[in-house]
Design a protein around this ligand. Structure first.
Ligand code: ZN
Length: 380
C-alpha cells in the first residue's frame, strides 16, 4: 500500500511525509476517519513510507525489500493489532491478533476499506464479543521490547481501538506516553466518542475526511464500472468507498439476473414474457432505460473478451463473470457485432424520444431472431 493508491487527501499525505523527512514523527497518532474512508489505508501507506529504503518526495519507492514486505503485510517491524474473538479453532489465551495474521492479510488484500463485520466474516468470528484484550496489550509490549531488526521504525497499527478492553487500554497507556525511540503507534478509528479520554489525550489527531463524490467515482471507473453507473453510485455512497463497491456488486447481481432472464426469453421466443418486460421497461425512468441497454452492451463486449481469452475479465464481479462465460457458449464472436448494433440503434431511438415500449419490443424480437439464427447454424 502506497500513498498513490489512495485518491486525494494530498494535504494529509504531505503532512505525514514532511514529519517523516524532518524526523518529527509523533510517537502516538490517531487516524480518525468515518467508515469507508482511507484511515487504515493511510496508516499502512505511512508505515511503508517510514521504513522505505529509498523514499521519494511524494511516496515510498514501492520496490525496495522493505516496501515489498509491506505490500504483503509481512514486514517484521510493522505490527498489526485488531479486534478478534474466539472461533471454533482458536480459544482462550490464543485469542490475540497474532493467531489471525493469515486471515488479516486476506482481509487487507480483499478490501482495505472493509468494516468490522467484513473482518469478522473473514476470520470466522461470527461478530461475537470482538475485542482487543488485556492479553493483547501484554503481547504488544513484549513485541516492542525486542530490538528493531530491519527498519528505521517500529510501527504498531491498532485498527479499531474502539474495541480496546479497558484493562488493555490501561496496559497501553505507559507505552503510548513514553514509547521507546523510533516506535510509532497508529490508532485507526472511526468513532471518537467510543475512545477512552486517556487514550485520546495521549495521541496526536490526524483527521481523514471521507472521500468526495469524484474520488469515489474515479475509483469505481478504475474498477471497470461504466461511467454513468459509477457517477450514480458515487452520489449514493455518502463518501463511503466500501458501500459504493458493495452496492455496485449487488446491483450488478440484480442487473445480471434480469439481463439473464431477458436473454433467455429472447432465446426461447417467449413473446408473452417479452411483452411484459417491454411494459416494465417503459415504466422505468430514462436514465435507467439507457443504463440497462448500456449494461447489456457491456455484457456483449465482455462476452467477446471471453472468446479472445482476455484476462481483463477477471476484474468483473462474480455473477457477471459467470454469466458472460455461459453466454459466450451460445453467442459466437461473429454474432456479437450485429447484436451490439441492435443495442446501439435502440439507444439511438430512445435518445430521440421514440416510445420506450416499442423500442424494447423491437429490440427483443430482433435479438430473439439473432440468437435463434445462431442456434440453427450451430446445429448444422
Ligand atoms: Zn521502498
Amino acid at each position: 500500500m502506497q500513498f498513490s493508491t489512495i485518491k486525494g487527501l494530498n494535504h494529509v499525505k504531505a503532512r505525514l511525509i514532511e514529519a517523516a523527512n524532518k524526523d518529527h514523527v509523533a510517537h502516538a497518532q490517531l487516524f480518525l476517519g468515518p467508515e469507508g474512508s482511507a484511515n487504515l489505508a493511510m496508516a499502512i501507506a505511512f508505515a511503508s513510507y517510514l521504513n522505505c529504503e529509498d523514499p521519494g518526495e511524494n511516496d515510498s519507492c514501492g520496490s525496495c525489500p522493505s516496501c515489498l514486505k509491506n505490500q504483503k503485510y509481512i514486514h517484521p517491524d510493522v505490527h498489526y493489532v485488531f479486534p478478534v474473538s474466539s472461533t471454533k479453532k482458536i480459544t482462550g489465551k490464543d485469542v490475540v491478533s497474532n493467531s489471525f495474521l493469515k486471515e488479516w492479510r486476506q482481509f487487507l488484500e480483499g478490501d482495505v476499506y472493509g468494516d468490522i463485520s467484513d473482518w469478522s466474516v473473514v476470520f470466522g468470528g461470527e461478530n461475537k464479543n470482538l475485542n482487543i484484550s488485556k492479553e493483547e496489550s501484554r503481547s504488544i509490549i513484549q513485541k516492542l521490547s525486542l530490538k528493531a531488526f530491519e527498519g528505521r521504525y517500529k510501527v504498531v497499527i491498532i485498527w479499531m481501538p474502539e474495541f480496546l478492553h479497558p484493562a488493555a487500554a490501561n496496559g497501553l497507556l505507559k507505552v503510548l506516553e513514553e514509547p521507546s525511540e523510533h516506535t510509532v503507534f497508529i490508532l485507526v478509528a472511526h468513532d471518537r466518542e467510543k475512545l477512552l479520554g486517556t487514550i485520546l489525550s495521549r495521541t496526536q489527531l490526524v483527521a481523514i475526511r471521507s472521500f468526495d463524490h469524484l474520488e469515489i467515482e474515479e475509483q469505481l471507473i478504475a474498477a471497470g464500472i461504466p461511467e454513468e453507473r459509477a457517477s450514480h453510485l458515487a452520489r449514493l455512497s455518502g463518501g463511503n468507498l466500501r458501500l459504493a463497491f458493495r452496492t455496485a456488486s449487488e446491483q450488478a447481481g440484480d442487473q445480471v439476473s434480469s439481463a439473464k432472464d431477458w436473454f433467455r426469453f429472447c432465446y426461447g421466443r417467449n413473446m408473452k414474457e417479452l411483452v411484459r418486460r417491454s411494459d416494465e421497461f417503459h415504466s422505468m425512468n430514462k436514465l435507467s432505460q439507457r443504463g440497462l441497454l448500456k449494461f447489456a452492451l457491456s455484457l456483449l463486449r465482455d462476452t467477446l473478451l471471453v472468446h479472445y481469452g482476455d484476462s481483463q475479465l477477471l476484474k468483473l464481479p462474480e455473477q457477471e463473470k459467470d454469466f458472460v462465460r455461459k453466454f459466450s457458449q451460445v453467442v459466437t464472436p461473429e454474432k456479437i457485432e450485429p447484436l451490439s448494433l441492435l443495442f446501439s440503434q435502440a439507444l439511438f431511438h430512445l435518445e430521440r424520444n421514440a416510445s420506450a415500449k416499442m423500442v424494447f419490443l423491437d429490440l427483443s424480437i430482433n435479438v430473439s431472431q439473432n440468437l435463434n439464427l445462431q442456434h440453427l447454424e450451430a446445429k448444422h
